[in-house]
Design a protein around this ligand. Sequence first.
Ligand SMILES: [Zn+2]
Length: 133
Amino acid sequence: MATDRPTWTQPGIGTALARAFRRRCPRCGGGDVFDTWIRLKDDCPTCALHFERVDGYWLGSMVINLAVTQVLLLGTLIGLLVATWPDVPWTAVLMAVVAIAVVIPLLMHPLSRLLWVAGERHFHLRAHPDATD
Ligand SMILES: [Zn+2]
């Protein structure tokens, strides 16, 4: 039975990641995939891709978010220590790393979800080329 819905092919990983960085659906490039700035819709309004494939799916996006936050936190801490040693302004360093630990995960949340969708779909479809979604 034929449907009127177009079929979507998975783009290359570079295209999918670029779309994710632009807050667009990694599969079709369609916009408006967020209900709010931070909340991803359940499905893409353009291609109907269901973003959360299984329970626990977002664990990968949490790992991306945590890794980016940790790298920025450690880089900032080391950079401030090296730049100000031996007279380290400890209060300012503490405020900087706490701010990073709180703000970066919030800013990264929507991006890390779309990056995870892009990467997971790429590797899933490479491992299972006959998968339809
Ligand atoms: Zn889409």
